[in-house]
Ligand binder design. Structure first.
Ligand code: SAM
Length: 243
């Protein structure tokens, strides 16, 4: 497994990430999760494939809601271990492999999810082609990524809790190396039009776009809600394979 991809295997980064996810008003729970679940809708009887599944909390939730099957793809061994613990008393499966090497199998699925993982992948064309292949006709893909205005430039992250955000080098796609939770992490910037073209070029039909507009009811802190009104943190795209 390429080490630079499996950076969540760094125990310091992993514990920082888990602490970050447990924080009140963390952006995953206040912004990404409600919108993702709204786009996903009823999960009953769905076969689900989750690219970059992390600890597979979504898998457990989906199976409890009546999903027929759940398979997670995950590059970090530490995350795979957490995911297998999470899914221990369920039928859910996790495969230790990268999104880049994952290939569609003969079994097709109803839903491909990828939550906050594709901005770690440089070349997305083949990933979207594989997503098309693995979907049954009428099947859906829902992705969330860090918003392109965020991935364009991470300089303002150096100030800690950001109050200003610098958008820069927007039309220069590619690697963005930055310090996150005390470690060096590489993300890949893709522009908004690139994401839309990836969907269209793969033969998928665009259904919904969300820019993680905050909803007050999900926040404990008024100040944090106001801060999240300033810039879109995440981009969510839902598309489907034509019947
Ligand atoms: C921010 S976490 C999100 C985890 C989960 N999807 C969630 O929303 O809770 C990103 C996950 O993607 C995984 N990941 C990053 N790059 C990957 C790649 N190239 N292939 C497979 N997994 C990857 C990371 O190891 C990590 O578990």
């Amino acid at each position: 497994m390429p080490e630079d991809k499996a950076f969540y295997d760094n125990s310091e980064l992993l514990s920082g990430y888990l602490a970050h996810r447990a924080r009140p008003d963390n952006p995953n729970d206040t912004l990404e999760r409600p919108l993702f679940l709204e786009l996903a809708g009823d999960l009953t009887n769905l076969d689900i494939l989750d690219l970059g599944c992390g600890n597979a909390a979504f898998g457990k939730e989906a199976l409890l809601q009546g999903a027929r099957s759940y398979t997670g793809i995950e590059v970090s061994q530490s995350m795979v271990d957490l995911a297998r613990q999470m899914l221990a008393d369920t039928s859910g499966q996790v495969r230790h492999e990268s999104i880049e090497t994952w290939r569609a199998q003969t079994e097709q699925v109803d839903l491909v999810s990828s939550r906050l993982a594709l901005h770690y992948v440089e070349n997305l064309e083949s990933v979207f082609q594989e997503i098309y292949e693995v979907l049954c006709p009428g099947g859906r893909v829902i992705i969330s990524v860090e918003h392109p205005v965020i991935t364009s430039n991470f300089e303002s992250l150096a100030e800690g809790r950001r109050t200003t955000w610098l958008v820069n080098n927007y039309f220069k796609p590619g690697a963005r190396v930055h310090q996150w939770l005390g470690n060096q992490v590489t993300k890949y910037h893709h522009t908004l039009e690139e994401y839309f073209n990836l969907v269209a070029d793969a033969g998928l039909e665009l259904k919904h776009v969300r820019e993680s507009r905050p909803k007050k009811s999900y926040f404990l802190s008024e100040e944090e809600y106001e801060r999240r009104l300033r810039i879109p943190l995440f981009l969510l795209i839902a598309a489907c394979k034509p019947r």
